[in-house]
Design a protein around this ligand. Structure first.
Ligand code: FEO
Length: 420
């Protein structure tokens, strides 16, 4: 398939994979590993594909070459979903030179052995160029988008950017689906921790005259490129993409879930433009991560458990922190039968995240929802919607008589204490 007169697509679709990178669910729509070839006076192959698709990729390459022989293999990224077939290529085309960043050559030795393609290496750094004839590739360093060796390349003739993992998405190319949803889940899952590095790379790309973006996953982008560049700028600067509230919760016996459902209903009734609810134990956690980064306000609701917080919530907050979650307003709902303390547990873990503001209202559910906790939910909903609350609500939220709260029992060795 030709993208332009001289650039052909030679990638593959993977519908056998269940978990991309061993953790991201792609069982429904699969994954694409993109590879391209530029046919000019010289022929440059742009990256290889996953190890399970060697024969199909070589057949695609053969068809595109139409009897010609590659002069170069340009390696933008060494992660095995793109680099697995470098050794196969090097053996099949012994005259071809391998073009990559110096860091990529170190990684090639790790994968393929000391001295791999030592006599055919063409290390390139920022600003280096490769003349192919009418096309000239200009190399752009993009370290940590997503690994340290990554580089982009730019072909001024076709105004094409080869962007490695950047602008990629989950999903095979023979599946029709919305770009942003699966590109966002991909971005925050895989590249989200490296926002500063993505910003730096975007700064270099900003001055280029672009008609086409050729990523290593997902479709070739050739229309309305400002839309994709703007989203990448928002995502990598940890900005708010959409107005709304993400509610992420765990619930053991259903009381926290009931509170979340009531809060969601209140928010919708008060005009919140979007409420996205995730059960962290049952829904795809990568979707919940995506929503937490997408919206400006996040409610976390969980149970007190073993004197801390429920495991799926602990994992979720740890994942957010690992991905540099920041610049958000957080509301907390805690549950516990005799000594709820999950709000503090969540706050302690969120201390690793920068620029987090908390709502004035924290909801405490002692056993099950009652008038006090419902008043707190109403106050929280008002705060999240920017509504001035009825003063009586504040009174109700704090002055309802509460049941006697017993002190923490002495721990019994070997017994796990669970609240709901
Ligand atoms: Fe598609 Fe970072 O590999």
């Amino acid at each position: 398939m030709h993208i332009t007169q001289d650039i052909a697509y030679i990638g593959v679709n993977d519908h056998d994979i269940d978990l991309f990178e061993g953790q991201y669910d792609v069982s429904e729509n699969g994954m694409a590993y993109n590879s391209y070839v530029i046919l000019d006076d010289s022929v440059a192959v742009m990256d290889t594909v996953d190890r399970n698709f060697t024969e199909q990729w070589l057949a695609n390459l053969d068809a595109a070459l139409d009897g010609r022989t590659p002069d170069y293999l340009v390696v933008h990224h060494m992660e095995p979903d793109h680099s697995s077939n470098i050794a196969v290529f090097a053996e099949k085309y012994p005259e071809a030179r391998i073009v990559a960043s110096p860091n990529a050559f170190k990684m090639m030795e790790n994968y393929f052995g000391s001295g791999f393609v030592a006599d055919r290496r063409m290390p390139v750094k920022e600003g280096a160029v490769l003349e192919l004839g009418s096309h000239t590739l200009q190399f752009i360093g993009a370290p940590l988008v997503h690994w340290p060796e990554v580089m982009f390349s730019y072909d001024a003739k076709d105004k094409a950017l080869f962007s490695a993992d950047a602008f990629g998405k989950f999903g095979a190319l023979d599946v029709d689906e919305d770009w942003a949803c699966e590109a966002r889940r991909y971005y925050f899952g895989i590249v989200g921790a490296f926002g500063a590095q993505v910003q730096k790379a975007l700064g270099k790309v900003g001055g280029l005259d672009l008609d086409i973006i050729c990523p290593l996953h997902g479709p070739v982008l050739s229309e309305n490129l400002g839309y994709y560049l703007d989203l990448y700028n928002t995502w990598s600067s940890y900005g708010v993409e959409s107005e709304g509230v993400a509610i992420c919760y765990t619930s053991v016996y259903g009381h926290t879930k009931q509170a979340v459902e009531e809060l969601a209903r209140m928010l919708e009734e008060k005009g919140c433009p979007k409420v996205a609810v995730s059960d962290l134990a049952r829904d795809d956690m990568a979707e919940a991560v995506e929503d937490a980064f997408r919206y400006g306000k996040v409610v976390l609701a969980t149970t007190t458990y073993n004197n801390g917080i429920f495991p799926f919530m602990a994992q979720f907050i740890e994942t957010l922190a690992e991905h540099k979650f920041q610049n958000r307003t957080i509301g907390l709902i805690e549950a516990g039968t005799w000594a709820p303390k999950a709000a503090k547990g969540m706050q302690d873990r969120l201390a690793a995240c920068a620029n987090i503001a908390y709502t004035n209202t924290t909801v405490t559910i002692k056993g099950s929802l009652d008038e006090t906790s419902r008043a707190q939910l109403e106050l929280l909903a008002d705060e999240l919607c920017g509504i001035e609350s009825d003063p009586q609500l504040k009174v109700d939220a704090v002055t309802q008589p509460t049941a006697h709260v017993a002190p923490d029992p002495e721990p019994v060795p070997g017994v796990r204490v669970q609240e709901r």
